[in-house]
Design a protein around this ligand. Structure first.
Ligand SMILES: C[S@@+](CC[C@H](N)C(=O)[O-])C[C@H]1O[C@@H](n2cnc3c(N)ncnc32)[C@H](O)[C@@H]1O
Length: 631
């Protein structure tokens, strides 16, 4: 290791400097975004912008303007925020006015989300069936150095994304605040660190009151700006408390208004009326905002999403009001249940949210849909580009471009996580688990019906009776066609989704990865009798892995629809982005789910494809395409 010349007070951790004593650069990789879903957007707008040609998804071009009139859509991005932020730089460097982040606090713990199942009960009732699922892992808990390695490059990207008026609010626990503050000073410079806010979040109770130490009742929010002096700052006030009013506003005028007097010099005495007073200017200690779980019942029922580390809306409301104006762009790159976006939406700000967890994306999407008059937003990911990047970064570059080395390592890695062992000498079959052969789909292309047919043929030749196909994406209509055809040939085919968690090193290391079987979905589209008017009905939904539902919850499941949490229809699907035309979903307050859509009237006769998309209680997507002939 080369000697590092220390010329100032600084925080040093293993990995900060390279072997030549040079500060490691932040990688700036720019990958294209795919638009996987559009919400609350009219068909006409979509038509005007549609990318011609048959792709699985639209690629986001970033050519929209900065207002909804110019075509702006808010963005919910599913992916690792390091790649997401560096890919956003081309379009958004210097454009984001406020970034709030609430990263995991390096506790090493796993955090869960409570998913309600079925029609009965409400979130706060005892009889509700609750599935406790893992929402995310605090995988940076293997030491402060790995935490710094994770967060510091992200802070550098955040700084580049901020506008000159922009602010960062970095929410941290007591475990990491002290070191991150020093690291942040290095990235933003000490003169741009405005304040350290102490969020004193409420009265601790139960387990937190036990033990032989003081009770932890606060978290920190470090408030930094891109350029001190140019930053947006709107002074906020808290109402005076009753005692203060009683003691200070001691006079009442002839109309009954309360006031106090202030000497202005020269014998001038001014009246300050209570009803004209703004209150106490906000300090750096915020003790008037409670944790979500400690809110009173009505407010709690309105806000709570089941996401355990969800922050209260009042906290974000305060931050957004201090540091932005209506129309400004607000982002949260560790968005969890979507609190920042929900508040930004309600306050008329534009927003970008990002998270790598599928529950976070699903919970956030539902939360946004539940906001009255929610403006158009789109769900994006880096899809195959992110997977391809991960494959090369993890298994090495394919130097002679024949795919051999990195592909072999990739396949072996997936097989290992799946509990299978590699086979040799076969063409399409990569491994074996028990008596079943296993085929692993490529990272950058959907598994095709032809590909599965070739595997089935190889199984038939080997007289093997079971085939497991693992894929990231699937050719449309795969599930229905393949299973039938294979059964005819005497091979049982099981199609399983490769989850994005395989790209998270810690999840993979722990072997903590579930390959869900593709669910089976039946739906139909029917005319209503009115001209060119149709409805879609959901008719059946089969989860192939009910054993993943704990016994006590499974006992309460009485019908197939209990597994469905959300479903939507695109009335005119064109082999690209799913365009939500109608949607229904369960909320924590209203557990009922419609199984037939509202009617949709087509403006023009023609042949249409209707895409039905279901999200189940595990947060997994299933879809089906139905054909409709409109005369
Ligand atoms: C403490 S939670 C955020 C909670 C959020 N403030 C709320 O109100 O719901 C942290 C979130 O960061 C996400 N996360 C962790 N590492 C990430 C990464 N590298 N990229 C994107 N999201 C990440 C987790 O999935 C989790 O949802």
């Amino acid at each position: 290791m080369a000697k590092i010349e220390v010329t100032r007070t600084e925080l040093v951790w293993p990995g900060k400097y390279d072997e030549n004593g040079k500060r490691r650069e932040v990688e700036r990789i720019s990958l294209p975004f795919q638009v996987i879903e559009r919400v609350n957007e009219s068909r006409a707008t979509r038509e005007a912008r549609r990318d011609r040609g048959l792709t699985l998804f639209d690629v986001w071009k970033g050519d929209e303007g900065e207002t909804f009139e110019e075509g702006w859509r808010n963005k919910l991005i599913w992916g690792d925020n390091k790649l997401v932020m560096s890919s956003l730089l081309d379009q958004f460097a210097g454009k984001i006015d406020l970034i709030y982040i609430d990263p995991p606090f390096a506790t090493g713990a796993d955090f869960s989300v409570d998913v309600l199942v079925g029609d009965e009960g409400t979130a706060l009732s005892k009889e509700q069936s609750i599935l406790e699922e893992k929402a995310y892992r605090d995988t940076w808990g293997s030491g402060l150095d790995t935490y710094l390695e994770m967060l510091v490059p992200r802070l550098a990207l955040i700084r580049e994304l901020l506008s000159d008026r922009g602010s960062l609010y970095l929410h941290l626990g007591v475990q990491v605040n002290h070191v991150i503050r020093l690291a942040l000073e290095e990235v933003f410079s000490a003169s741009n660190i405005v304040d350290e806010i102490v969020w004193s979040y409420g009265t601790p109770s139960g387990g937190r009151a036990a033990g032989n130490k003081l009770i932890k009742a606060h978290e920190y929010i470090i408030y930094a700006v891109k350029r001190y002096g140019s930053h947006e700052y709107n002074k906020e006030h808290l109402p005076y408390d009753a005692k203060y009013i009683e003691e200070r506003f001691t006079f009442t005028d002839e109309t009954g208004r309360r006031y106090r007097t202030r000497g202005r010099g020269g014998g001038v005495v001014e009246r300050q009326y209570l009803d004209e007073s703004k209150g106490v200017p906000l300090s750096t200690v915020w003790s008037d905002i409670k944790q979500t779980y400690a809110l009173h019942l009505v407010k709690r029922a309105q806000e709570e999403t089941g996401f355990r580390t969800q922050k209260p809306e009042a906290l974000l409301e305060r931050i957004i009001k201090i540091s932005t104006r209506p129309g400004d762009l607000v982002a949260d790159f560790f968005c969890g249940s979507g609190t920042t976006m929900a508040v930004a939406e309600k306050l008329g700000r534009r927003w970008i949210g990002c998270d790598l967890g599928r529950y976070a994306i699903h919970v956030s999407r539902k939360r946004m849909l539940g906001i009255e008059n929610c403006r158009p937003f789109e769900v994006l990911n880096l899809g195959k580009y992110e997977r391809r990047y991960w494959q090369v970064a993890t298994f090495g570059e394919d130097l002679d471009d024949d795919g051999a080395i990195s592909l072999y390592e990739y396949v072996a890695f997936i097989l290992k996580l799946y509990g299978a062992t590699p086979t040799t000498g076969l063409q399409h079959l990569h491994g074996k688990r028990g008596t079943a052969f296993v085929h692993v789909g490529a990272v950058d292309a959907p598994v095709t019906i032809g590909e599965v047919a070739a595997c089935v043929e190889e199984c038939v030749a080997l007289k093997a009776g079971e085939l497991h196909v693992l894929g990231w994406e699937w050719e449309m209509g795969m599930n229905d066609l393949v299973s039938e055809e294979a059964k005819r040939q005497g091979v049982k085919v099981v199609l399983r989704q490769i989850p994005r968690e395989v790209m998270e090193a810690e999840a993979a290391r722990k072997g903590d990865v579930q390959f869900f079987e593709l669910a089976y979905l039946e739906a139909s589209v029917e005319p209503t009798g009115n001209q060119r008017e149709f409805t879609v009905a959901l008719e059946n939904f089969v989860i192939p892995n009910p054993e993943l539902v704990p016994d006590d919850v499974r006992e309460k499941i009485t019908k197939w629809s209990d597994y469905v949490d959300y479903w939507a229809a695109d009335w005119d699907f064109r082999d690209d982005t799913f365009m939500q035309g109608w949607v229904t979903y369960r909320t924590r307050k209203d557990r009922k789910l419609k199984l037939r859509s509202d009617p949709h009237a087509y403006a023009e006769p023609g042949e249409y494809a209707v895409m039905v998309k279901v999200i189940d209680v595990f947060g997994n997507d299933s879809s089906k395409i139905l054909r409709v002939s409109v005369s």
